[in-house]
Design a binder for this molecule. Structure first.
Ligand SMILES: Cc1cc2nc3c(=O)[nH]c(=O)nc-3n(C[C@H](O)[C@H](O)[C@H](O)COP(=O)(O)O)c2cc1C
Ligand code: SF4
Length: 369
């Protein structure tokens, strides 16, 4: 039995193995962010396939934090029964489900956000397609509160954990990055100040969700962008969260403007190309006491086992492999040893935008559907 299949606990949440379905926008919700039966069925399949923890696609905490169509929203009380259908579907299969909470900040457009996008600073950088509006203290306080409300709802609806999306160039990452945070108040400048917004969000989420509820974060080890968050900043942020008892840190890297070093890299066709954020995760692992998850390009058992055993990773997260093979972990648990069949072409985004939900287009073509 390899380390991958060990049973573990994160702040009371028992997970059957060390695999995580990393947050993956599914594009399966209605225009308001209400989840559908199709989304519940997607999570049921992942739980059947023995993914140790399923992290939902990013759920916006306020409508002005929405980026993509079909995204989950955790901003309203009247989605309660549909939300419970998601958690029930997973729990019926013995799985665990964590809701990822996001505000897209400046990384959206007015058409999706319903207003001029908000960001730490009104800077026109490549990352923002429209010049965002700099947030006031009132905006900051209200968004911090919205994250807390989202976490409280998630717990009420039966989610086993929440994860703060602090990576990939969204609002929290924008505060962390000197490139997008040009503020001269207590939220900008030094890394202590750039980290303040994240810590305020975390503390409010912790307050609303309670000390006995797992609160995770997805953090970039580096933005892989000139002038953005770097590894030394990321270590500082990880330590600050660890000191405040974050339950686990999932380490990613890159933003949509990182070019070939973005979060969702293509052509992971040999072991050397796999695990492209592992060095960042290993650096953060050395600095903190909480469990660390590594995400980005894991495809083969060989590389997964190495990350767990030689790099000391606590969990391995994957996104695209589970789109093609929701039953991937049970296949490996059953003795299959071949790598995930996903060819990392990123074709799965398109049906999310145009056909009411992501799926593996390569697989569909192969089956002749
Ligand atoms: C269709 C799609 C949607 C994604 N949506 C999210 C998301 O909502 N939140 C997030 O943190 N990352 C998201 N990601 C990034 C993945 O979680 C992951 O970090 C990245 O794909 C690298 O992992 P992989 O090589 O296992 O796919 C998404 C990726 C894909 C392909
Ligand atoms: S379309 Fe299929 S093969 Fe291509 S990245 Fe998505 S899941 Fe992988």
């Amino acid at each position: 039995m390899t380390k991958l299949f060990e049973r573990t606990t994160i702040n009371g949440m028992v997970m059957d193995n060390r695999s995580v379905r990393s947050a993956t926008w599914e594009g399966m919700c209605d225009k308001d962010g209400r989840p559908t039966e199709k989304l519940a069925s997607c999570y049921r399949d992942l739980a059947r396939g023995k993914a140790g923890l399923i992290i939902t696609g990013y759920a916006f905490v306020r409508p002005d934090g929405r980026q993509m169509p079909g995204t989950l929203g955790i901003h309203r009380n009247d989605f309660a029964s549909d939300m419970r259908s998601l958690t029930l579907a997973v729990h019926d299969e013995g799985g665990r489900i964590c809701m990822q909470l996001v505000h897209a900040g400046g990384q959206t457009v007015a058409r999706m956000a319903g207003r001029r996008p908000l960001a730490p600073s009104a800077v026109n950088v490549e990352q923002f397609s429209e010049e965002p509006e700099a947030m006031t203290q009132k905006d900051i306080d209200e968004i911090v509160a919205a994250f807390g409300d989202g976490a409280r709802r998630a717990r009420e609806y039966g989610f086993d954990a929440v994860q703060l999306h602090a990576a990939h160039g969204y609002l929290i990452n924008q505060f962390l990055s000197p490139l997008t945070n040009r503020r001269t108040d207590a939220y900008g400048g030094s890394v202590e100040n750039r980290c303040r917004f994240l810590l305020e969000v975390y503390r409010r989420v912790r307050l609303e969700a309670g000390p006995d509820f797992p609160v995770l974060v997805k953090l970039n080890g580096s933005d892989n962008v000139e002038g953005g968050l770097d590894m030394s900043d990321a270590v500082f942020v990880a330590r600050a969260l660890d000191d405040e008892k974050i339950d686990a840190i999932e380490v990613s890297g890159g933003t949509p403007v990182s070019g070939e070093k973005g979060p969702v890299r293509r052509n992971i066709d040999k072991p050397e190309r796999e695990a492209y954020n592992l060095e960042f995760a290993a650096g953060i692992k050395k600095a903190v006491g909480c469990p660390v998850m590594s995400v980005g390009g894991f495809r083969s058992l060989e590389v997964i086992n190495k990350a767990l055993e030689e790099y000391g990773m606590d969990y391995i997260s994957m996104s695209r492999p589970f789109i093609r093979e929701p039953l991937l972990i049970s296949r490996w648990q059953g003795g299959g040893t071949s790598a995930a069949t996903c060819i990392s072409c990123n074709g799965c985004f398109r049906p999310g935008l145009r056909e009411g939900g992501i799926y593996c287009v390569v697989d569909k073509k192969k089956k002749g559907a």
